[in-house]
Structure formats: C-alpha cells, structure tokens
Design a protein around this ligand. Sequence first.
Ligand SMILES: [Zn+2]
Length: 344
Amino acid sequence: MQLPREVIVGEGVIEQVTKVSYRLGFTDSALIITGSRTFDVAGKVVKDYLEDGGISAETFIVESATMKDVEMVEEKIKLLKPQIVFGVGGGTKIDVAKLSSARLGIPFISIPTTASHDGISSPLSSVKGLKEPFSVKAQAPIAIIADTEIIRRAPRRLIASGCGDVIAKFTAVRDWRLSHIDNNEYYGEYAASLALMSAKLVMQNAKLIGSGSEEGLRVLLEALISCGVAMSIAGSSRPCSGSEHLFGHALDMMKPNCALHGESVGIGTIMMAYLHGAKWKHIRAVLETLRVPTTAQELGLTGEEVVKALFTASSIRPERYTILNKLNLSLEDCKRVAETTGVI
Ligand SMILES: [Zn+2]
C-alpha cells in the first residue's frame, strides 16, 4: 500500500509548498511538470516559492498526456536528476509527471489546478499511446497540495466532471462486489467503503458543491482524494472504476474528446445503476443538481453512439467483470436501457 504522506487542502495552501518539500526531505532540487496555461495559473508560483526556499526548480512544459510526453519528461529527469517531481496542472500534467517519475523511481507531488477527476491523488495514470485505453499503474503522490483558491478559478464544467467521477463509485463498487460474488475476485471492504462514502458525501452535499462555494469545493476535493486513496489501498482502480468507466472509455475511443471524463462516466453511472437495480433516478437528479450532463444531447452525441458505446463497453477490458458481463446485453437491450433512463 502506497499512500500520500501529506494532504493539504484549503485556500492559499500553495504557499506551503517549500515547507512540505523540506518536511519530506527534498531540500535541493525539483522538476516541475506543468502546461503553458497552468504555468501561469500555478506553476510559476510553485517555482518561485521553491527557489525562494533555496531549492533549485526547473520547469518542463507538456501540453498532452501521450507516451511521447512521458518519455520526454523521463529524459529531462535523467538529465537533471531532481530529488522530487511536481505535477502542477489538470489531469494531463499530473498523469505525465506521475508516470514518468514512477518509471524512474523518483517521488512525485501532486498540485492540481482543477478538480475534474480522481487522478489528482490516484496511483494510476491515464496516458494515450499505450495499448490500454484505461489507466495504468504509476505511483501514489507522496504529497497532495490542493489550493481551493486556484481550483475555484477553473471552469465550472471541470468541477461538475469531478462530481461525476465521484458519483461513479456507486456502480463501480457494485460491480466489484458482483465480481467477488460471481468470480471470487478479491474484494476489499475498506477500500470499497471509502470510495462509497466519498460518493455519498458528494451526493449529500450536492447543493453546496453546485453553489460554487469554497466549502463545497473542499468537500469535492476531499472526496476525490479519498477515492485516490481507496485505489492505493485496493492496489487497483477496482473501487473507483467499473462498468460506468468502461462505457466512458468506449465512448472516448469512438469519439475522442467528446466529453470530459466525469461527464461520460456520469451518464454511464445512470445506466449502470439502472442495470444494477439501484436508485438510478436519484443519481440522475443529483447529477442534474451538480450540473453534470445526464443526456446524450448535452454532450452532442447521437442515440446510436450511446447505444454502440454501451454495447461495446464490456469488451474494452475483458478481465474486469461487471454487470455488463453478467447481463450480456443485446444491441436492442442497450437501446432500451438508454431510452428508459432518459439518456437518449
Ligand atoms: Zn474516473
């Protein structure tokens, strides 16, 4: 089990970056992986704080999360030999920093500028150019510094996406339990409870989070971070990624970038909750409160595209047994599910 040693969430906490580095023993050198926009938002601040504290800090700009980006960062790490790698930005920057540092055995600190998915704290990275369309093992961040003042400035759509990714744990945990019952797959009660509790807290606080308040954002960030920890405890993405994620991956492969991660898995959660016989109407209502899309139309998708993604979802990751394997839906069934749940 690899867990973060320091998690700091709150307004203005980015100024603690040097103190955190010192506490963890990184007093000499750092490499900051960031994007050109996120450099202005937070990367430069991190660099300035570290340098003021006497830590030499180089920055490296990445704009996408492909295997090529990971390899370029690895070259930079080999050249500079930093004690610690920082990922400062949204999903892509953190994914690249996490995977490249893990592959070279250097610790990594996560400084998210958005709250759009649980990759900010998970031990997995989602990178394009691998044979898997889903996340691969990397390493858990040794520290997470989530400054709500910075994250609040990100577009509301990203926060809504983060909510969708947390609520997805309702069906992810159900799928995991199902596989335990049907296939005797390892099931970790503690990891499952932690993921489920995060989803419940976001649902209970939907109005607060939807209002855009700092307090609401803090609830969401703590939920996302707890989901990352749940994956660290489980040693896989199982507690956080089930059939609803497979649907999201299928959609993403068919029509790349048509939706944010939490938007496609949010819609997936409604349909998978229906298939599990869970309270799908309640989940849909909460997603609406959180302004997470609940229909194909909102994402600019056709009914056929949704049905096809639902139909192909179970073949994306054959070893991950979910409700889709159990029910083995026909194309006609998929259409009925999408229609009944109001997705199409
Ligand atoms: Zn996710």
